[in-house]
Design a protein around this ligand. Sequence first.
Ligand code: FES
Ligand SMILES: [Fe+2]
Length: 375
Amino acid sequence: MNPRHYAWTELDQSHLQRHPIENAATIPSHWFTNPALFQDELQNLLRSHWQYVGHESQIPMTGDLIADDVLGVPLLVIRSADQTLRAMANVCRHRGGPLVKTRGIHRQRQLTCAYHAWSYNLEGQLLRAPKFEPRIKTDHDACSLPQFPVAIYSGLIFVRLNTDSPSPENSVDQWLSGIQERIAPIAISTMRFSRRVVYDVACNWKVYVDNYMEGYHIKPVHPGLSDILDLKGYTTSIDATKVLQYGPLTGADNPYHTDGAAYYYHVFPNLMLNILPGRMQVNAIVPVSVDRCQTIFDFYYDEPNAEKLTKKVQDDLEVSDLVQKEDIEICEHVQRGLQSGTYLCGRICPSEELGVFAFHNQLREAYGKIFSGGH
Ligand code: FES
Ligand SMILES: [Fe+2]
């Protein structure tokens, strides 16, 4: 169990209570604004869940690696000599220097620290510590880079950072269960990575998730989208860890110019999968601080024709960028509202905000465990 930072109060305890949706309130504003509570979330909730980092096709060869910062942890995911993927801290055991300085995809034969040139093999074991030898040689095992669990789901790579406590959902397959069956004949495994787009957003990560969870805001916030989206067939369904917003795509007027259906999955706590015929966006909401997050959009396609692919990507990026900017603007306003001291809790609209209701109850359950010291 990680230490708790936030002084959980009687008031918080009352907000842990669940109510039927007709009487339900939103979670309170200080859960979106308190920096100590954010630390508890990071340590006890987010780092205990699988975090998306990329696709295995991005690092096919020995020595290929993804360098990233995942929930405040500088991390490397490396294809090692035996072809397995390993995740390890990008933090040298000498005095904390970086083994890879820039985020992104790299290929290395070995890892050499940029500070004093300690070197490690692709499995994270110390090879050389210049000038220290031979004294430190006996200590090479203790000087290995800390490793983290890695899991692959239909080619998507996930890591989990908190190895002290078992995750509530131990395997990625269990965590994402039911999705592939539900979206068939669309197959995640046939999707090919196309590109990444990242946005910085000045709001708590949960504000952004709340916004994703409902179509109630579409008309006021996305007037362009509401003209072309047919919201009649939209449904929201929930289970313990997932909220699915489902919409049939009808006619030629929808922005994706395709028949079939759109599946918008939120998987607790911070992963979203937007899946449509022939395309998928993996949308990871990365908390940065109590009032900042990043939204990562990885665009994937199942489109063998290069010309058609280019056109699809261009069209999607345009629609997505406009919608994102509209969402970001409203989310940043909401964060200011939550920080204003004029607002504690709001109401949930039963016909429109089932997803928000489900997410808040998932948070209540997770916070209850943090509050009571369990997992
Ligand atoms: S911090 Fe890496 S070699 Fe000194
Ligand atoms: Fe939106």
